[in-house]
Write a protein that binds this ligand. Structure first.
Ligand SMILES: C[S@@+](CC[C@H](N)C(=O)[O-])C[C@H]1O[C@@H](n2cnc3c(N)ncnc32)[C@H](O)[C@@H]1O
Length: 506
């Protein structure tokens, strides 16, 4: 396995800033940032930490960091792309030697001033190098621009199954953040990208975060790993449906959503039995209702079970205007021209609506695999959905096997943690009576459901010890209703709760 530092700059224009072969130990740099208090929460108080340049108020930040201190020097260097006096830079990065960072290519010295060539951004417990925001750099982003952690990076991270595995792939690795997250629970990770500059950043980030189990490979889609199969594949491809391939991280060179179709159709062949793959993607369709049709076709006969989620659907105008305004200063002259260009392209290829979503695949040799397609719960997931995803896959397997309700009555179920039940009560005859009850998840997807009195009794009885049939008998006695009626209502409640990850089979 090659080490991250083996990655060489072979980009045609040699725009890779870092010479990793000259990279020594970077732990002293991390130490310097830590002791200066240059961390995510401090930065959140100084700059708004998201990926959109609109939120960076550069003039205010320049004023805010005017007083000389190691922290302010680091913000000026690594967030604002400003030159600082050499001695200030030397003090801020000590005990790391300034010369070592110049040798690496992260800092440049001009006369007695020092400037950085990239952002250093603490994220979680990671330290990530990325390109300066175009607004900060003072130029429009170049085609090989390498952004940092954005909303789609986080969505992918949250929808990744975090099991301990041997071999993982991060397709379209960019700054390498998914590879770094995967490297925590995979023995070995390959990050691929067409953009040499991105791979150069990914390799530096592996070094900065002391990960020696990540390998960077250049090439398109699965081409650089054609001989491999993985336990985990994650992909956040350049999914934006746009008329021109202007930015490599955003626009593929393929028509419409073809890049997403290729990744989804090809992924199963690169998964080992039981291996999971997650793709964040955009796709087009005709109406607000037919969103599942095309991706479902891509998944047909894939040898994988698949969970397809649609987060939102836009009409072409809303979609184009969102992407054209994102991350760049508004240009009132060019904007209407570009908008026309994007909309003409959508008309040309017959796009009615565009959706944003994800698919999670799991390779499973079976006579038939299941496909579940649904609108994702509203709101972004809070944190990793890994446990829930595995519960949902186990539930779908179970329900696939046990179509007959009577078989479910023989099983015991248990309520999982991370949920809450909220009740609205009204006073009646000197006591409280329940108007509505709402069950919701406090972590992960945040599935929510209304719970009727029967369902709350089922929930309370799902303690892992009672079989569902025993619970039905108990409820039947209390309610005085027909056994079959109670059984069918309870089974339906249990099916719903299993499918949204509130219950597991014991
Ligand atoms: C949306 S970015 C994702 C970056 C990172 N994985 C993340 O989640 O933040 C897409 C990445 O795919 C890369 N890319 C573009 N075309 C590609 C292709 N044909 N094959 C592999 N990677 C590609 C881009 O250079 C970019 O780094």
């Amino acid at each position: 396995m090659s080490e991250p530092s083996d990655y060489r700059d072979n980009s045609p224009n040699g725009r890779c800033p870092f010479r990793l072969e000259r990279c020594g130990d970077l732990a002293p740099l991390r130490g310097a940032l830590e002791s200066a208090g240059y961390d995510q929460s401090a930065l959140a108080g100084t700059v708004k930490l998201d990926d959109s340049s609109e939120s960076l108020d550069v003039p205010a930040l320049v004023l805010r960091t005017a007083e000389r201190s190691p922290y302010n020097t680091l913000v000026r260097l690594f967030i604002l792309a400003l030159s600082v006096p050499e001695q200030a830079a030397r003090d801020a990065v000590a005990p790391m030697k300034l010369e070592s960072l110049v040798e690496l290519g992260l800092l440049q010295v001009v006369a007695d001033q020092v400037r950085a060539t990239a952002v250093l951004f603490p994220y979680d417990d990671l330290l990530l190098a990325r390109d300066f925001w175009p607004q900060v750099a003072g130029d429009a982003a170049l085609p090989d621009y390498v952004p940092g952690v954005g909303p789609s990076s986080l969505a992918l991270a949250n929808l990744t199954v975090r099991k301990e595995v041997e071999f993982a792939l991060d397709l379209g690795t960019g700054s390498g953040v998914q590879a770094l997250w995967a490297a925590r629970h995979a023995d070995r990770v390959i990050g691929t990208d067409t953009n040499c500059r991105a791979l150069n950043f990914a390799a530096l980030n592996a070094r900065l975060n002391e990960r020696s189990n990540i390998e960077a490979r250049q090439g398109s889609l699965f081409e650089p790993v054609s001989e491999c199969q993985f336990d985990l594949v994650v992909a956040n491809p350049p999914y934006v449906i746009s008329p021109k391939a202007r930015l490599e991280y955003r626009d593929s060179r393929m028509t419409g959503d073809a890049v997403c179709e290729r990744v989804i159709r090809d992924m199963p062949a690169f998964l080992r039995e039981g291996g999971y793959g997650t793709v964040i993607f955009n796709w087009h369709h005709q109406t607000t209702r037919d969103w599942a049709e095309r991706p479902s076709q891509w998944l047909r006969s894939s040898g994988c079970d698949a969970w397809l989620m649609c987060s939102n659907t836009s009409d072409p105008i809303a979609y184009a205007s969102d992407w054209l305004r994102r991350g760049q200063p508004h240009d009132p002259d060019r904007y209407p021209v570009l908008l026309d260009e994007w909309l003409a392209y959508y008309r040309e290829i017959g796009i009615g609506m565009i959706s944003w979503g994800a698919v999670i695949l799991r390779r499973r040799s079976a006579e038939a695999n299941w496909l579940r397609a649904e609108k994702a719960p509203s709101g972004r997931p809070t944190g990793s959905c890994s446990d829930q995803i595995q519960r949902v896959f186990a539930a779908e397997d179970l329900l696939d096997r046990f179509e007959d309700d009577r078989k479910l009555l023989e099983l015991a179920f248990q309520l999982t943690p991370d949920h809450q039940l909220e009740q609205v009560l009204h006073a009646e005859d000197d006591s409280w009576s329940v108007d509505t009850a709402r069950l919701s998840q406090t972590r992960g997807f945040g599935f929510v459901g209304q719970v009727d009195p029967l369902a709350s009794k089922v929930l309370a009885g799902c303690n892992g010890r009672w079989r569902l049939g025993e619970l039905v008998a108990e409820l039947n006695e209390v309610s005085g209703l027909d056994f079959e009626q109670v059984a069918s209502a309870c089974v339906s409640v249990v099916r719903n709760l299993l499918r949204s990850g509130f219950l597991v089979q014991r």
